[in-house]
Design a protein around this ligand. Structure first.
Ligand code: F6P
Length: 560
């Protein structure tokens, strides 16, 4: 099933033009005034989606803005494009592929055919195999080559084969209930592998080599080095007979490429597959989540998938005005294209979500960092929101100064929970640290929106020379996302909420959000440059003068 790539340029549309004039009128207005004029917006600009309570009232919008943004969604054909994705159309046009990460979380009773194949049956078949395998590891039935129980799972992968698993592990590691911890190796910088293997006993370590293509330089290089570490650690590096058996007990693979897995020396009986219709950055809920499943168990993993599915269904069926991913996605467009915001801060008030911003960076930037539209014509507006962030309250003591008083507009997403994973009493023993923590969340979003005026500051007795320094401009937009607790299901809901926002933005911009051609040339040229670095005296004359100089500097520094 192919799809239409010739969607017209949204910036030529009447909906875009209407938003442009509306922006001119609205931009000078302050959130203080918008709340004064529409005092109920705090209760009404709220969506409940599954366990997520989403407050978008502190955005620089009115009810008219929402109507105009809804027109934009209709004009851009976002719903049509969404339906095409869910149905398995090849909306990844440059690679002629379906985009069906939503099928990874369909319940077993659902049916979805792609080219005559029931993908739901395939998905659940892999999930069952993953469950059987992780049950065996968790129960101690699966043991290492010397008969030791597995206590550490080391995921070797990069990009989508790392960022999702490590983020989800950090978020859910308190659900570990089988004595298994996980570590993650991604970088080809050798210090990463060395640091992650430090202190581990090879006899009780299982490696999950996670690579969709099984052709990624970093992953294969690290996996080979891990193999050598294992064999040396077991004292069988020169034992040709024992080696393959040990590798079979200590290495499994997650990939779409069985042939390469076999060539690497991993038994394909220990390979967990997925499909080309799952993009790397959309794959944490596929077999790429194997390390997470080993830690939290297949039941919790099923809850994780159910969380995604809940938001998928919401995205698929809710009308535009109540559709959280649509609304938050077009708000991203509103700030990026009309207010000229360069970035969006993602600020989890949960230390367990410390890797969430990094995870979202790949999601948004690899998906929508495109300069041409799906039909190959240049885009006519900026695309690709830049997400960044750190957990609060740490960020408050680092970069919030710029958010509050800087010259740039940085819309921010605040994410917090009623219950924290652990709670402690405050210093005086009278309260909960979680209350203290969340009061910071509410205070920050309040100050960002409403600020403090020069008059208020002067009235508080501030010396006149300090007044301008203390003015808090406010009018800084935020979304507040709250949930009762960071459970596997809530994490799935949060991820799907962002996946679909990115989809909505990509649909409005008309780009192919599911390819990533821009990462290829660098990989190719790194391969070409490697011999120049490692050989003693190859000519660098073919290179530009800057790269030649850098390579020569490096060779001198390495004594070559
Ligand atoms: O280089 C970018 C990329 O292709 C990502 O899209 C992907 O998530 C990552 O590399 C890892 O790819 P693989 O899972 O095939 O090793």
């Amino acid at each position: 099933m192919s799809t239409d790539t010739t969607r017209s340029d949204i910036t030529d549309s009447a909906a875009w033009e209407a938003l442009r004039s509306h922006h001119t009128a609205l931009a000078p207005r302050h959130l203080r005034d918008l709340f004064a004029e529409d005092p109920d917006r705090g209760c009404e600009f709220v969506l409940e989606v599954g366990d997520l309570h989403i407050d978008y009232s502190k955005h620089r919008i009115t009810r008219e803005t929402l109507a105009l943004l809804a027109d934009l969604v209709r004009e851009a054909g976002v719903e049509r494009h969404r339906d095409a994705m869910f149905a398995g159309a090849h909306i990844n046009t440059s690679e002629d592929r379906a985009v069906l990460h939503t099928a990874l979380r369909l319940p077993e009773t659902a049916r979805l055919e792609l080219d005559g194949q029931d993908v739901v049956a395939d998905v659940h078949d892999v999930l069952r195999r993953m469950g059987t395998f992780t049950d065996a590891v968790r129960s101690g039935e699966w043991r290492g080559a010397t008969g030791e129980r597995i206590v550490t799972v080391v995921n070797i992968g990069i990009g989508g084969s790392d960022l999702g698993p490590v983020m989800a592990y950090h978020a859910l590691r308190h659900y570990a209930d089988a004595g298994i911890t996980a570590r993650f190796v991604s970088n080809i910088d050798p210090t990463d592998l060395v640091a992650q293997l430090s202190g581990l006993d090879p006899a009780s370590t299982l490696f999950v080599v996670a690579s969709k293509t099984f052709g990624t330089l970093e992953t294969l290089t690290n996996a080979e080095a891990a193999k050598r570490w294992l064999l040396a650690g077991l004292g069988i590096e020169n034992d040709a007979a024992a080696g393959p058996d040990a590798v079979a007990k200590h290495f499994v693979a997650v990939s779409t490429h069985a042939e390469r897995v076999r060539e690497f020396g991993i038994d394909t009986a220990n390979m967990f597959g997925f499909w080309d219709w799952v993009g790397g950055r959309y794959s944490v809920d596929s077999a790429i989540g194997l390390s997470l499943m080993a830690v939290i168990g297949k039941e919790r993993f099923a809850e994780f998938l159910a969380g995604f599915h809940l938001v998928d269904e919401h995205f698929r069926t809710a009308p535009i005005a109540e559709n959280a991913p649509i609304l938050l996605g077009v708000l991203g467009v509103w700030y990026a294209n009309f207010f000229g915001a360069e970035t969006r801060a993602v600020l989890p008030y949960s230390n367990d979500l410390d890797r969430f911003p990094a995870y979202l960076q790949q999601l948004t930037m690899e998906s929508n960092g495109k300069s041409v539209r799906a039909d190959g014509r240049p885009v006519t507006t900026s695309t690709g929101e830049i997400f960044w962030g750190e957990p609060g309250t740490n960020g408050q003591h680092a970069f919030y100064q710029l958010l509050h008083q800087g010259t740039r507009l940085v819309p921010a997403d605040f994410i917090g929970f009623a219950e924290s994973t652990d709670d402690l009493t405050t210093a005086d023993g009278s309260g909960s640290m979680q209350d203290l923590f969340m009061s910071n969340f509410f205070a920050q979003t309040k100050v960002l929106a409403f600020g403090r005026t020069a008059e208020e500051i002067a009235d508080a007795g501030t010396p006149p020379n300090l007044v301008p320094h203390k003015v808090m401009p406010g009018n800084r937009p935020t979304t507040s996302i709250l949930a009762p607790q960071l459970t596997p299901s809530v994490l799935g809901q949060l991820i799907a909420l962002y996946e679909h926002q990115v989809f909505v933005e990509g649909s409005v911009w008309g780009v192919d959000s599911f390819d990533q051609w821009g990462v290829e040339l660098g990989k190719e040229q790194a391969k070409e440059l490697t011999p120049l670095l490692t050989e003693s005296d190859p000519p660098v004359t073919e290179l530009d003068s800057s790269t030649a100089e850098l390579v020569e500097w490096y060779r001198r520094a390495r004594g070559r």
